[in-house]
Ligand binder design. Structure first.
Ligand SMILES: Cc1cc2nc3c(=O)[nH]c(=O)nc-3n(C[C@H](O)[C@H](O)[C@H](O)COP(=O)(O)OP(=O)(O)OC[C@H]3O[C@@H](n4cnc5c(N)ncnc54)[C@H](O)[C@@H]3O)c2cc1C
Length: 419
């Protein structure tokens, strides 16, 4: 039996503490907040999208940064193992649209409360309202931690599970990065992920605010290298007063945040988002479809002819983009004008201005360099008996329950690897 300290009472830290305790270690969990799982309690809009339904490959396909690093962890503890763990805790789940698994209670706090109960039941010592400011290393091996009140607690092993840097009100303020750095780890480019995106066309976005587009294609390109597609996807997005958001846009932010000079390029209007409003139709099919609608409304004004084709709020914007007089009779619209309309609908363009800041991110991209962590154990390759788990590591995934799965899988591996 060895003395283990787990820093951080999020899903990764709780899992590591429970597993280490199951293996007979004396475990102390140190949490900055006065409760367990503050961020966990707000996940999935308070309903907790705990994991996904599908195989391990699906998980890896949805990890944006360093999926290979997570192969071993997901093979050791996958979504089925997590569901079994939850069942043992008496927590029921349900699968919703898009293979997203939620808590049956629709109450994320249920899980935080249950994890706390489990930690107590297993006799894990918990220090609330305690922040670690330093870890103590001798001969490349950890021997203790120092709290913010300078109290030292000795240990044989330590798991750092302090989370990322987003939503700092939940306790994840990025402390783990400086702690890891102080003992020789490198921290890869910390940046916002799963965030909304601001656009330059602010007036257009204001007009479209609240509009959800359910089945659209988006494509993000660099104007200077238009052949190279930075991101493309099909699905749901929405307009906000500042720009765009919704599932495919959040995913896009995770993908483009690593493009070199991306912030500069966005600022200089070099990054375009092209929305195909009618992806089910080819240009020719759309041209014919418009032709049929124009025949039906042949005596109407152009501005009153698109109701069958497009959501109401986007019609004035599309009309303006085509530069066709909105009062023109539909039967007078020329072939070239119809082709222009097709182009605007198939290639509705917005210039991206900036990603939302990191504190609004659902996750943080970047973190402790995966090359410095043993993927089979989550142990540091620099300091022995030091482990990492969860969002502090340079891994992040798309929405859909994958990020919590990362936290639980890496937490499990770290906790079970301690000697
Ligand atoms: C609004 C929102 C909704 C989300 N919804 C989902 C979802 O539905 N599904 C999904 O898969 N993912 C979701 N996520 C992401 C998910 O919550 C995180 O990826 C996950 O919580 C990471 O777990 P973690 O244990 O690594 O870190 P955290 O949950 O951030 O926990 C880290 C803990 O460490 C503590 N800590 C930090 N520094 C110190 C220190 N110095 N000393 C002591 N303690 C410290 C913090 O107080 C915190 O409690 C969401 C995130 C947000 C912000």
């Amino acid at each position: 039996m060895s003395k283990v300290i787990v820093i951080g009472g999020g899903p990764a830290g709780c899992m590591a503490a429970i597993v280490a305790r199951n293996n007979g270690h004396e475990v102390t969990l140190i949490e900055k907040n006065s409760i367990i799982g503050k961020k966990l309690s707000i996940t999935g809009k308070g309903r907790c999208n705990i994991t996904y339904e599908g195989n391990n490959q699906k998980f890896l396909d949805n990890v944006v940064s360093n999926p290979k690093f997570l192969m071993s962890a997901i093979n050791t503890f996958n979504n089925q193992d997590l569901l079994e763990f939850l069942t043992k805790l008496g927590i029921e789940t349900k699968t919703e649209r898009g293979n997203r698994v939620f808590l049956k209670s629709d109450n994320a706090k249920e899980l935080s409360d249950r994890l706390y109960k489990e930690l107590k039941y297993k006799n894990v010592n918990i220090f609330f309202n305690s922040s670690i400011k330093e870890i103590l290393v001798k001969n490349n091996s950890i021997f203790g931690v120092k709290l913010d009140n300078n109290k030292i607690i000795e240990c044989d092993s330590c798991v750092i599970a302090t989370g990322g840097k987003s939503y700092p009100v939940t306790g994840s303020t990025g402390d783990g990065y400086s702690i890891a750095k102080s003992v020789g780890h490198s921290i890869n480019n910390i940046r916002p992920a799963l965030v909304p995106i601001k656009c330059h066309e602010i007036e257009t976005c204001k007009k479209l605010q609240g509009l959800t587009l359910k089945n659209v294609n988006i494509k993000i390109i660099d104007i200077d290298d238009p052949k190279k597609i930075l991101y493309k996807n099909f699905g749901e997005m929405l307009f906000t007063h500042f720009g765009i958001s919704g599932p495919i846009v959040l995913s896009a932010s995770s993908k483009i945040n690593n493009v070199s000079n991306i912030n500069e390029k966005m600022k200089n209007s070099k990054i375009k988002c092209i929305i195909d409003l009618k992806p089910a139709l080819t240009n020719e099919q759309l041209y014919r479809r418009i032709g049929r609608d124009f025949e039906k409304y042949s005596n109407k004004d152009y501005r009153n002819s698109l109701d069958d084709l497009l959501p109401r709020s986007i019609i004035p914007v599309v009309i303006q983009m085509t530069n066709i007089n909105q009062n023109k009779k539909v039967n007078q619209i020329t072939r070239e004008e119809k082709e222009k309309l097709v182009k605007v609908i198939k290639e509705f363009e917005l210039k991206l201005k900036s990603l939302f800041p990191i504190d609004t991110g659902i996750v943080t991209a970047g973190g402790v360099n995966t090359k410095e962590i043993n993927p089979k154990t989550m142990e540091s390759k620099i300091v022995s008996n030091l482990y990492f788990a969860g969002e502090i590591i340079d891994v992040d995934a798309y929405t859909g329950g994958y990020n919590l799965q990362i936290a639980f899988s890496t937490g499990y591996v770290a906790g079970s690897s301690i000697n």
